[in-house]
Design a protein around this ligand. Structure first.
Ligand code: KE4
Length: 427
């Protein structure tokens, strides 16, 4: 009997390209029919056939409190009663700006936008306007949204400039972007020694979460900081995923590095469309209406989204919040690793705060190339086996996973029991 998911997917493909509004939702990497969700509550979601799943995606990171947290829903519904948007300043935007400038070590001024892509696109333009330079550096496997300048893959040689990774991106645009290997200090130092004075910015995920989870090697982020300082380039930490996910002061607080600009999203919107970019006052003052770098948005600082974000940011500041979240996430990764080992499966896992990576390899990868050596087929088999047991991991071997404050120890133990059975039956 055709499931409701299958019916909806077939019909959606008639009206929406690929049947989805964002490619990763289409299950292309893992195969099978994508799930249409109808409801979420705490650590659970329900699909169109009313089947429940323990959710380790959390809408790709925003739902650090779990689905439909009562305080967030209350704030959103009460705010909506007073109107959805004004296209004018509101006191709540000031409040969340003050909060972000207080909580994020390097942010002296901040501008709100509606998506992570808008945040990174604006940060790149701002860095180029501030420095008067055009070239930027990004890292293979890091994703910063779908701005033309960032949809670029490595050029033929390690230090040549990039080529488009998407149709529709002009070669001339991609040529300004150099793509290096994440964690490769040698290539980084060479790039700066050759072109340092031409580099407007380096943009990096301080903990990479878009090629599965890849942690920064000791010294990598510090080297980025010192090289950018030395050459007058802007260091941009893309913390859209890591911001308030890995700790109360983001990845920059965790690793003790002060970027010049930071992009934020996901958690700061609490599940509503909100993101931000901010940093040194001297740089931020280049933005219109003060300075020559133009940036704008009809729904920037939207009151309903700000209400969700403010409530979320207040709740994650509770004493012990991140200690508890990190402990839950470690319980998951250590438990999965132990279960795989018990059954002789080549598997490992790691976590940073409330985000985690699962790898069918002997050791966690430290670069894009090493991620590509992990066994993708095994991941896909694990994904579908867990899905059949009502446990929903990211539908791709190249994404990080997320635990929320709503995930109980019972939820984690249920996950570990399911994994133990799957590893025991592993063919
Ligand atoms: P959005 O434009 O999707 O709000 O944010 C783009 C972005 C920027 N920077 C980082 C570090 C990100 O992880 C993202 C978006 N992350 C993906 C998940 N890997 C969003 C999921 C999707 O594309 O549907």
């Amino acid at each position: 009997m055709t499931s409701r998911n299958q019916q909806l997917f077939e019909l959606s493909q008639k009206y929406i390209p690929g049947g989805v509004n964002s490619p990763v939702r289409a299950f292309k990497s893992v195969g099978g029919v994508p799930i249409f969700f109808q409801r979420g509550q705490g650590s659970y979601v329900w699909d169109a056939d009313n089947k429940s799943y323990l959710d380790y995606v959390g809408s790709w990171g925003p739902l650090i409190l779990g689905h439909a947290h009562p305080d967030v829903i209350k704030a959103v519904t009460e705010t909506a009663q007073n109107g959805l948007t004004f296209g004018a300043p509101t006191e709540a935007e000031l409040e969340i700006a003050q909060m972000l400038c207080t909580l994020v070590p390097s942010i002296e001024q901040v501008r709100l936008v509606s998506s992570g892509t808008e945040a990174t696109m604006s940060a790149i333009r701002l860095a180029r306007g501030y420095t008067g330079r055009s070239r930027i550096i990004k890292f293979e496997g890091c994703y910063h949204g779908h701005d033309d300048a960032l949809l670029v893959k490595a050029g033929s040689g390690a230090l040549t400039f990039g080529h488009p990774s998407s149709a529709g991106v002009p070669a001339e645009t991609a040529a300004h972007t150099m793509v290096l290997d994440y964690n490769d200090l040698t290539a980084l130092e060479q790039a700066f020694s050759e072109s340092g004075k031409e580099i407007a910015a380096v943009i990096v995920e301080p903990v990479a979460g878009n090629m599965n989870l890849v942690s920064p090697k000791p010294g990598f982020l510090a080297a980025l900081r010192s090289l950018c300082t030395q050459h007058g380039s802007v260091l941009i930490f893309d913390e859209v995923m890591t911001g308030f996910r890995v700790g109360a002061t983001c990845a920059q607080g965790l690793y003790g590095i002060r970027p010049d600009l930071t992009t934020l999203g996901k958690v700061i919107g609490g599940g509503m469309p909100m993101a931000a970019f901010g940093g040194k006052r001297e740089i931020m003052q280049c933005l219109a209406p003060l300075g020559p770098v133009y940036q704008a948005g009809t729904l920037s600082g939207n009151p309903v989204a700000v209400a969700a974000g403010l409530t979320t940011l207040r709740l994650v500041q509770a004493a012990g919040f991140y200690e508890k979240l990190s402990a839950s996430t470690r319980q998951l990764t250590e438990g999965l690793t132990a279960a795989a080992k018990k059954h002789g499966i080549v598997f490992c896992a790691q976590s940073v705060g409330g985000m985690f990576g699962l790898y069918f390899s002997a050791i966690p990868p430290t670069s894009y190339a090493e991620v590509m050596e992990c066994n993708k087929e095994s991941f896909n088999h694990f994904f579908h086996s867990m899905l059949s047991k009502g446990i929903y991991f990211a539908p791709s071997a190249f994404e990080a996973g997320f635990v929320s404050a709503a995930h109980s120890s019972e939820d984690i133990n249920k996950t570990l029991a399911a994994a133990d059975q799957i590893f025991s039956d592993w063919k």
